[in-house]
Write a protein that binds this ligand. Sequence first.
Ligand code: CU
Length: 174
Amino acid sequence: MASNKDRLSLLLAWAVMASLVAGSSAGIYHIVGAAKGWRMAPNRTYYAEWARTRNISIGDKLMFLYRSGVYNIVEVPSRQLFEACSMRNITNRYQNGPTIIELTQPGQRYYFCGVGKHCEEGQKLAINVSAVPPPPPVDNPTDDPAADSAAMAGDAASCCLIMLLLASSLMLLM
Ligand SMILES: [Cu+2]
């Protein structure tokens, strides 16, 4: 078992690498489950509610934050398999958290945790990847200029780095 310090160093290295990769391509990172990460859901609709609040499109990335060995991710090709938490026909499997999945195709994607009864308890995520990203917000000159510049501050890479560092910190709490 690695010490917390070792784990932190690894996560930081990972975050830096991921941010470099992020800086080189478009797309938004979505931290699945926000602050909860990917774990036993607090209720059965937690991940469905999270997904409803997101606009997810081609080129975006799903970031699943979880502990290897405790949770995993399986992908199934149909809503039926997803609803049934059935691993009869898995198209992808990930078990070394954190996992970043780049979304390269439009349409529905179905993920759940294949450990124990976690899926039945709500650790499952269905998303719809849209073909076209939503238009950026219109820059209205009558808006509060301070808010605008805050929103625009920093290049994408440094934004990403900060977000990933926060995500890494969350991992340590899980
Ligand atoms: Cu699980």
